[in-house]
Each structure stands twice: as structure tokens, then as C-alpha cells.
Design a protein around this ligand. Structure first.
Ligand code: ATP
Length: 428
């Protein structure tokens, strides 16, 4: 077996797409077993859009694979864009025989940052064949796509349908009703096809590239069938990819105080400030270390600002419903000290609040009787030693909440997939 891996072929303006280059290469290789679409660290600054890298598993001669892949890359990659730095890496072994250091490289590429030298060192060590253009940064993603098969265990599927080339760049002709009907047919095995709350067919991209729609899910036959049910302009070709999309592969378990920019975390804490809606509709609150007694709640180093940005739409209502004292797990990428929330688990809600007591005789709210002297009712002369504790009505349940499909990152795991450690409230 041979693994042919590539990355970084498209530009934001011109809109090629690395998946399409991979399909073209795969067309010319004999005995293709599968195509992998691997999403790497969504926080890397070099990405064009979704930080994807591709690998083809085929039973062919590695030397021949290199020359075919080179030809296609030279023809299709947007090499004239100086931010496009294509890389090709070809491994002449079975995808399951990836060496440990290449497997680890793939894990790091999803959760952390790498240098081009990190890739070239391993490429040389394992005598992989390689080709690149520009600064060859694409070799990072390509090598990660080689390691992916051993690095990750959770795999999902995407069926991509491509447009006829003369239509690229023109408005897409897809029948909306058929998209929603097909999405209903496929749910819950097929997910993130549409956003019902926003009435948005999210499977149809807006970027200028060759993709007409992409259908994601847990079952290869079901994603193909949903794609088939969508009525649209002619499809040039369809291709099934095995992917790490929808797996939360980017999240690492962290603790408040040691999170770093450019990485994504799962972190436990206590809501330490009331959620506040700021200009632009973004909702912010701060999360404090989850210590008994909350002693550290005032220590800034153990606080993390969390944000539900405007594009996360109705998720912001769930975040606004949080209250100071709620224990939660927050998930998202940390960027400039702020955690951009992708999902939140409400672990333990504050169930009571302390309020100024009411007079047992007249029912009116009592007044303070002076510092540390409790409360009294001026009219009736009744008194109370301190505040009353009353039950709090909460518009939020325990369990996991998530951003809606229209705001989902490729790699983020939709709640509908299951396997979470608390009840879930999936968006669809
Ligand atoms: P495309 O469809 O072209 O793949 P994209 O959004 O996936 O678009 P790329 O153009 O591939 O983005 O750009 C991402 C670049 O960042 C690639 O050169 C890739 O090798 C590199 N890269 C990926 N992951 C990392 C990482 N963890 N650290 C450093 N560089 C990375």
C-alpha cells in the first residue's frame, strides 16, 4: 500500500479546493481504498479556511504516485498565490504501519503548532518521497494526513458533490426544500446538513470553489443517500471521504490558569461574572477556578474570559441563562486570552438565591436595620437576622449545550453523535 498526502493547494480568492485535487489524483491511481479528509488545528494562522489536509490510500507504486500527484498539483494548485504553499508527501507503506513519531506528529498537528522543520526531519528520517512549492508549509498538513490513520480512532464520513467546472464561481442552483427533506430523512445519523433554527442549508458552501454540497454523518451509505436525494444543478462527480470531522479531536483537557492561545480546551470552572451582552451581540462572562469555597475567584490568573460570539446565534441564549456560581465545563479555542465557546456542559446549577426578607405580617420588603444588624419592617416592627434563601427558577437544565449547525467548526463534535458524559441538548 501507498499513502499519498497533500495540503495547501488553494487560495482564498481563486478558490481551488484540496479535496478536489485529491479526487483528481485518486482518479488516476489504481486500487484506491479510501480518501481521508483530515482537519488540523483550527487555530493555525496559515489556514485558508478549514485547515484540511488529504490522504489517499491506494495499492500502487509510490514512485508512480509521486509523478501523478505532482502533475495534478502543478496543474491545479494556486501556486501563483504566495500564501499557497503546496506540499506532497508519499509513504510507501500500509496506512496502519505509520511509525510512532509520525502518528504523534498528526496528534500535534490537530492540537498544537508545528514548524516546517518538524515535518522535514520526519520526512527524511522515514525516507518519504516529497514535493513542494513556495515555502512548502503544506508538507506539515500532508505528513499529518499520513499519520492520521493511526493517530485518531473516531472517524466520520462526508460525501462531497462537485460542480461542473464551467459553473465554478457562479451562484449555486440547489433546491432548498429537497435539502431540508433529505436532512430530515438522514437525521440523526447524518448531521449538520441544515440549520433548522436559522433555516440555513449549511451543507451548501458560499465560497467560490468547486463543491456544490457536503453531507456529513456517521454512516457512509446514509451520507451518500442524503446527497443523492438533493435536487440541484448537474453534479460533475461525487466522492466519499473518511474524516475526523465532528470528533472534537482538537480539544485537550486543560485547567484554568494554564490555558494558552492558539489551542482548544475542555476546562472546568465556576461562572464568576454575570453573562454580559456587548456591542455586536457577543456574550461574555468570566470563568473562575473550581476551588472549594471559591477562594480563588478573585485571583485574575485563574480566571478565563469566555465568549459566545454573535454568529453562534441561539447558543447565546443558553449562555445568557448561566448564573454566577454555576459549575460548568467550557469547550473552545483560546484566542487572545478569550475562550471562544463551542459547547458548554452545565454540571451544577445554583438553585437558590439570597433575597432581602419580607415582613411576615404585612408582606412588604424589609429594610436594613444597619450594618450587620439584620432587617426590620418599619411599619410592623418585625425583624429578621439576615437574608432569606429562596428557590431560583432556572431556564437552563444540566447537561451539554452546543452552538447550532450554522456555527459549527468542522472538527467540533455535534451532541447528536452521543458519547458525552452528561445529558445532551442537541441543536439541529
Ligand atoms: P486547503 O483547502 O487549501 O487545504 P485550508 O483552510 O485547509 O485550505 P491550507 O491552505 O491547507 O488551509 O493552509 C494551512 C497550512 O497550515 C498548511 O500549509 C498546513 O501544512 C499548515 N498547518 C496545518 N496544521 C498546522 C499546525 N498544527 N502547525 C503549523 N502549520 C500547520
Amino acid at each position: 500500500m501507498t499513502v499519498v498526502a497533500l495540503d495547501d493547494t488553494d487560495s482564498r480568492e481563486r478558490g481551488m479546493c484540496t479535496t478536489y485535487v485529491a479526487v483528481r489524483i485518486a482518479d488516476r491511481l489504481p486500487d484506491v481504498e479510501r480518501l481521508l479528509l483530515v482537519r488540523l488545528n483550527p487555530a493555525v494562522p496559515y489556514k485558508t479556511r478549514g485547515n484540511a489536509a488529504l490522504a489517499i490510500h491506494a495499492d500502487c507504486d509510490p514512485e508512480r504516485a509521486v509523478s501523478i500527484a505532482r502533475e495534478e498539483l502543478e496543474e491545479l494548485a494556486e501556486i501563483t498565490d504566495d500564501r499557497t504553499n503546496p506540499g506532497l508527501v508519499v509513504a510507501g507503506h500500509d496506512p496502519g504501519d505509520v511509525p510512532d513519531d509520525v502518528r504523534e506528529f498528526a496528534g500535534t498537528a490537530v492540537r498544537d503548532h508545528l514548524e516546517i522543520d518538524d515535518a522535514t526531519t520526519l520526512i527524511e528520517r522515514h525516507s518519504y518521497r516529497t514535493w513542494y512549492a513556495g515555502d512548502g508549509r503544506g508538507r506539515i498538513g500532508a505528513l499529518a494526513a499520513i499519520g492520521a490513520w493511526r493517530a485518531f480512532e473516531d472517524w466520520t464520513y462526508e460525501c462531497l458533490s462537485y460542480r461542473e467546472p464551467d459553473r465554478w464561481g457562479s451562484p449555486r442552483d440547489v433546491d432548498g426544500e429537497s435539502v431540508f427533506a433529505a436532512a430530515d430523512w438522514g437525521y440523526p445519523v447524518v448531521w449538520d446538513t441544515v440549520d433548522r433554527g436559522e433555516n440555513d442549508p449549511v451543507c451548501v458552501p458560499h465560497t467560490p470553489g468547486p463543491i456544490l454540497h457536503g453531507i456529513r454523518g456517521d454512516d457512509p451509505d446514509a451520507v451518500r443517500e442524503v446527497a443523492r436525494r438533493i435536487e440541484s444543478e448537474p453534479i460533475e462527480r461525487r466522492q466519499l471521504f473518511c474524516t475526523n470531522q465532528g470528533t472534537d479531536g482538537h480539544l485537550r483537557n486543560g485547567s484554568l490558569g494554564d490555558v494558552e492561545d492558539g489551542r482548544a480546551y475542555r476546562v472546568d470552572g465556576v461562572v464568576a461574572s454575570e453573562p454580559e451582552t456587548r456591542r455586536g451581540g457577543h456574550v461574555f462572562f468570566s470563568l473562575a477556578a473550581d476551588l472549594e469555597g471559591g477562594d480563588d475567584a478573585t485571583d485574575d490568573s485563574d480566571r478565563l474570559e469566555c465568549a459566545a460570539f454573535e454568529p453562534t446565534k441561539r447558543f447565546r441564549d443558553r449562555v445568557r441563562a448561566l448564573q454566577v456560581g454555576d459549575r460548568i465545563t467550557a469547550c473552545g479555542e483560546v484566542s487572545r486570552g478569550t475562550c471562544k465557546l463551542e459547547k458548554v456542559a452545565v454540571r451544577e446549577r445554583v438553585r437558590t438565591e439570597r433575597v432581602t426578607p419580607s415582613c411576615p405580617d404585612c408582606g412588604r420588603t424589609m429594610e436594613s436595620a444597619g450594618r450587620n444588624q439584620g432587617y426590620r419592617c418599619r411599619d410592623c416592627g418585625t425583624s429578621a437576622a439576615g437574608k432569606d434563601e429562596v428557590a431560583l427558577e432556572r431556564d437552563l437544565e444540566e447537561g451539554w449545550y452546543e452552538v447550532p449547525p450554522c456555527a459549527r467548526r468542522h472538527i467540533a463534535k455535534p451532541l447528536v453523535r452521543g458519547g458525552f458524559d452528561a445529558p445532551t441538548h442537541p441543536e439541529r
